[in-house]
Design a protein. Structure first.
Length: 216
């Protein structure tokens, strides 16, 4: 599944909110204590059903690494190869099938994105400048947080972030990303490594020879 499918007011009973308040604390602890990470991921993208049709889903998978602040790498392996690298200055998107690289200034595109929530932001205050953060009910054994972008001109409606409950070090388990077109992207993470030593070149990217380069 291509990256372009990714770039994507709830009321709860009082007791549910109390029970799930740890979601916000988990995010704060995650940002404070988890400076780098490595994981496998599976992404399921479901488009809203059209009238008279059943909603269809597409699944992709790959690996994810990050080093706080502002550096991460998504490597999509199946069913299509695609690489997304943030090196601290530039966000690189390499589409293998198209043999095309898109380069964007990182500061201009990452503020209100799921990547900012889990990898880019240096602290909770930086996140609160971009998102309204609320606890959400526990679900599937995870503690959840609802993040709603404060900017109204983006493509993102909200993001739900799930952490494993009871872990000494908060462990990212899932993201549920809803865009303004009603498309839902659900990422689940496995084989999560917390604070691994990552080589500096992990977040370097050089456009392959012969690839079309588009700078935006």
């Amino acid at each position: 599944m291509k990256l372009r499918n990714l770039s994507v007011a709830l009321a709860f009973p009082f007791l549910a909110i109390v029970a799930s308040a740890n979601g916000l604390q988990s995010l704060e602890n995650f940002v404070k204590t988890v400076n780098s990470g490595r994981a496998d991921f599976t992404q399921v993208v479901t488009a809203p059903a059209r009238q008279g049709q059943v909603a269809r889903s597409k699944t992709s998978s790959g690996t994810f690494e990050f080093s706080r602040p502002n550096r991460f790498r998504f490597l999509y392996l199946k069913p299509f190869e695609q690489t997304i690298v943030a090196d601290g200055q530039t966000l690189w998107l390499y589409d293998v099938d198209l043999n095309q690289v898109t380069a964007r200034k990182q500061a201009a595109v990452l503020g209100s994105t799921p990547a900012a929530l889990i990898a880019a932001a240096p602290d909770l205050r930086a996140l609160q400048a971009e998102f309204s953060l609320e606890p959400a009910p526990d679900k599937n054994g995870l503690e959840w947080l609802l993040a709603t972008p404060k900017a109204k001109d983006g493509q993102l409606q909200n993001v739900r972030v799930g952490f494993k409950s009871g872990a000494q070090v908060p462990t990212l388990a899932a993201l549920e990303i809803l865009d303004n077109f009603g498309q839902l992207s659900v990422l689940t993470f496995g084989h999560v490594e917390v604070n691994p030593g990552l080589p500096a070149n992990t977040f370097q990217f050089k456009p392959p020879a012969g690839a079309d380069l588009i700078r935006q």
